[in-house]
Design a protein around this ligand. Structure first.
Ligand SMILES: [Zn+2]
Length: 212
């Protein structure tokens, strides 16, 4: 259990960002132990291509969803997972992802909104990106190497999450999901086609939801 769950307060650093680097191993394992892994939706499934509903009830049902999302993320070996990737139309994502310094971040964000970056903070990084919902495909995609997301935790408390490097990419990627966008929607027509071809040719290492 995390500190914020045991004492009801939110653990924040001196800039007001949530502390998501403590006890990652234990917290991730606890979520996952309570959860059930579910199959992953893939590109073409309507739930991935529209904006999800806001979370309004921060209740046991939401807590169970979050547990299931951590379980599913682990099964699929993901570093982030949005609720619509297990077929649930709600603005929630979970993450378990290393940052620029290799430091592990584990947490959950409901109703995420990406904060606008000051121009001097906008440094693009064109690393490779992949998505559990576009299995076996990868493409280079330029994104800012720093991101701040604000939203709410599982109890409805307002939070801000800060990410650098791969974790910044993750925060942007997962927020995109909840507004109906996949990373391939940000690629050129030709790159998108190539990613879909990679997906056709590959075999996912986890269970997916067939598209009808
Ligand atoms: Zn994804």
């Amino acid at each position: 259990m995390s500190q914020q769950e045991t004492d009801g307060r939110i653990d924040v650093d001196d800039e007001g960002f949530i502390v998501d680097t403590e006890d990652c191993e234990e917290r991730e394992a606890a979520y996952r132990a309570r959860g059930t892994s579910r199959p992953i939706t893939v590109v073409g499934n309507p739930v991935l291509h529209k904006e999800c509903k806001d979370v309004t009830a921060f209740d046991d049902e939401l807590a169970q969803l979050i547990d299931d999302m951590f379980a599913s993320q682990k099964t699929a070996e993901g570093v982030g997972l949005a609720a619509n990737q297990i077929g649930v139309d709600l603005k929630v994502f979970v993450y378990d992802c290393p940052d620029d310094d290799g430091k592990r971040h584990t947490g959950v964000v409901c109703n995420p909104v990406l904060e606008e970056l000051a121009p001097e903070m906008r440094v693009l990084d064109d690393s490779n990106e992949g998505c559990l919902s576009v299995p076996t495909a990868y493409a280079s995609l330029a994104r800012p190497d720093y991101a701040v997301v604000r939203g709410q935790d599982a109890k409805g408390n307002p939070i801000r999450v800060k990410g650098t490097g791969y974790f910044a990419r993750c925060l942007q990627h997962e927020t995109d999901h909840l507004y109906g966008y996949l990373y391939i929607d940000r690629l050129s027509k030709r790159e998108r086609k190539d990613a879909l071809r990679q997906m056709e040719e590959g075999t996912p290492r986890y269970e997916t939801v067939p598209n009808s």
